[in-house]
Design a protein around this ligand. Structure first.
Ligand code: ZN
Length: 667
């Protein structure tokens, strides 16, 4: 899922299905499920270990969380120039509706407003199509009049006419991308040609270039000339950036070290001046800050929403290092040589000296802007290639959000529908999440780095099948070792049964349940999906009673009879996949992929789709944030920070709109 320079791993329907249910011990039950409407589900995430941070770290997280929340209006306006007016009119009506709310039109209106909040505007956050109200324009106008709500009449066609601003960002071939996108990265009347001409004229071709256009809107002035309106204090979105800067300054007082202080200082200076040289310096300082426990992103970052892919969309995420999970990944990485030496691959394909990769795992503490309510599950920044090359980048996974998805999926009926019996469901609910984490760690920290190529064999020898084979190799490495007593010995798994949860899930997914993402009649295209089916189908085909698919009342289920036997088969396949990779055996790779990874059995596929549809699961998820509660002394200094996890979806958005809404209607 990598797009261009920067890759916030997006979580959609697709990724969610990989996670399913799992279990984490909670003393008091934590409410993960918050709300559900249309194709959206709202979840809550826990922030474990927040209480264990030092007071200074808590103060820092708090100030950065305020800096995050103050940017919310920016995203609404970037997503469309009428969005703030529409949101405000709807919120005013919602709060002042003078009649009984127990009727279908008001319910439809409430759903619409919830959707506007979710999308930070009037276009679906994922498809980017405009969604239409299910209440009439007449109802809206009358209700507003009765409630005394004033609004700009220009919002009516924008809300109700399907032909007006139908798409947020269009990627359609042959049309003017700027003129046909509702996003507000370009002023009214701007064309793609004019925007491109401006960018061409201002492009920086130096070796350490400025990202011209990252922080600005292009508009036509009174004389019809293209002009840049820069996002900065005193410029476009200045009212919001002023607040962001205020809280970054507060955060400075609690910074953990000089490097982090430099990061914050550079970001303040950039927001104040809009000077892109300062942005580069900020990115470099940020990449170098590896020691701080607390870290954050705050600013104009992703460029997918600009139809020309240049201007950054505002977002923020504050986080801190998850020490337990980071240690777990480190432990696996430290044992990389042992894993290499003991793998079932042929000796000549092993590396004499292998180094593990260490991964950083973080806990999100606040999500804002384009990270809220829908959010990525990983961060890989900065975007500028030359900075990545010279100074490196930071890549992290966000554990507490993954846990929330897992927890929220409990009881959604998925495992009840697709797992064969209570015994496996119980093992899965105990160890599924842990196995998932460990499998990912083994895959990333040691799997990809294991093995070597024979002299003369190049990385691209397997051509179009290279990524499927490579992902299968890393997955198999992880699966083989998931069942190894070494993991129990290292304290990573509690007993020698736990791995069964991971084995069952992996095979059920590869043979059956991942098919819910494939449309009827289509082949499997995506490399990770191919890799999973390849492994599962190969093992199924080579099994001699170790596993079977049985039918019960017209439904099919996976049954594993001999887990150790399955592990042996994983080992055999790993040895063969390693051989194919090491020797660059293209013909064998092609045959392997074509035989096991691509085709879908239509009857089973149809059955799985029908069973899945019956569950009525929402394909897209988003979150509510915790509420930060601070205690201050008489001088106003923060003496304690506590998190509250009880706020609902509607209350949170109404509060944000009331307390963090500095921008005017028209910017
Ligand atoms: Zn991989």
């Amino acid at each position: 899922m990598e797009k261009k320079l920067f890759n916030f791993v997006t979580l959609s329907f697709v990724t969610l299905l990989l996670m399913f249910t799992a279990c984490r011990k909670q003393e008091t039950p934590f409410q993960y499920n918050v709300d559900k409407f249309y194709d959206l589900e709202i979840l809550r995430y826990d922030v474990p270990e927040f209480d264990a941070l030092t007071l200074q770290q808590k103060q820092l997280v708090y100030c950065l969380s305020e800096a995050a929340l103050w940017g919310r209006d920016i995203l609404f306006d970037q997503n469309g120039r009428y969005n703030l007016r529409i949101r405000r009119a709807c919120e005013a009506l919602y709060l002042n509706y003078p009649y009984d709310t127990d009727n279908e039109e008001f319910a439809a209106f409430e759903r619409y407003l919830k959707r506007v909040w979710f999308s930070n505007g009037i276009h679906h956050h994922y498809s980017e199509d405009k969604f239409l109200p299910e209440f009439s324009q007449k109802w809206f106008e009358t209700a507003c009049a009765d409630a005394g709500v004033q609004y700009d009449a220009a919002i009516l066609p924008v809300m109700f006419d399907p032909a007006v601003m139908p798409k947020r960002t269009t990627a359609q071939n042959g049309v003017d991308l700027v003129a046909n996108s509702a996003g507000n990265y370009y002023g009214e009347g701007m064309t793609q040609k004019e925007a491109e001409a401006w960018y061409d004229a201002h492009k920086d071709n130096s070796p350490e270039p400025l990202w011209i256009g990252l922080n600005s809107q292009l508009v036509k002035n009174a004389e019809g000339k293209v002009e840049e309106r820069v996002y900065k204090v005193g410029g476009l979105y200045g009212e919001a950036l002023e607040k962001v800067v205020y809280w970054l300054r507060e955060a400075l007082r609690y910074a953990e070290n000089d490097q982090q202080r430099e990061v914050i200082n550079k970001l303040i200076a950039f927001n104040e001046t809009g000077d892109l040289q300062l942005f580069n310096e900020y990115c470099i300082a940020w990449v170098k800050d590896l020691d701080s426990r607390v870290d954050f992103v705050n600013g104009f970052t992703e460029t997918y929403s600009d139809p020309l892919g240049i201007t950054g969309t505002w977002e923020s995420m504050v986080n801190f290092k998850d020490l337990v999970a980071t240690k777990r990944a480190q432990l696996i990485s430290d044992n990389a040589q042992w894993f290499e030496d003991n793998s079932p691959t042929a000796k000549k394909f092993k590396k004499e000296e292998v180094k593990g990769v260490s991964a950083k795992v973080i806990t999100a503490a606040i999500l804002a802007g384009d990270c809220y309510p829908a959010t990525p599950i990983g961060i890989n920044l900065p975007n500028a290639n030359w900075i990545r090359k010279t100074y490196g980048s930071k890549s992290v996974t966000i554990d507490n959000l993954m846990h929330a998805y897992n927890e929220a999926a409990k009881g959604n009926g998925f495992n009840e529908e697709f797992m064969i019996d209570d015994e496996i469901r119980e093992i899965y609910s105990k160890y599924g999440a842990l196995c998932g984490d460990l499998h990912t760690d083994l895959h990333e920290c040691v799997g990809h780095g294991s093995g070597k190529l024979m002299p003369g064999v190049t990385k691209d020898a397997l051509k179009e099948h290279a990524s499927t084979i490579e992902e299968a190799r890393a997955d198999l490495f992880g699966l083989y070792y998931l069942a190894d007593p070494k993991l129990v010995e290292l304290g990573l798994l509690p007993n020698e049964e736990a791995y069964k949860a991971g084995y069952y899930q992996q095979l059920m997914n590869g043979l059956m349940t991942q098919l819910v993402r494939i449309e009827p009649g289509k082949d499997i295209e995506e490399a990770h999906m191919r890799d999973r089916q390849l492994i599962a189908k190969w093992v199924y085909d080579h099994a001699d009673g170790e596993l079977e698919i049985i039918e019960r009342d017209g439904k099919h289920y996976l049954q594993i009879n001999d887990y150790e036997g399955v592990r042996r088969l994983f080992g055999e396949l790993l040895a063969e996949i390693q051989r194919i990779t090491s020797e660059g055996d293209y013909a064998a790779a092609k045959n392997m992929v074509e035989t096991y990874a691509v085709k879908v059995g239509p009857a089973l596929h149809k059955e799985i789709l029908e069973r899945y549809a019956e569950l009525h699961l929402a394909p897209y998820k988003g979150f509510v944030n915790p509420v930060y509660k601070v205690t201050r002394d008489k001088q106003g200094a923060i003496t304690d920070v506590k998190l509250d996890f009880t706020e609902g979806y509607i209350d949170q958005h109404l509060r944000y709109s009331r307390d963090y809404s500095p921008l005017p209607d028209v910017n």
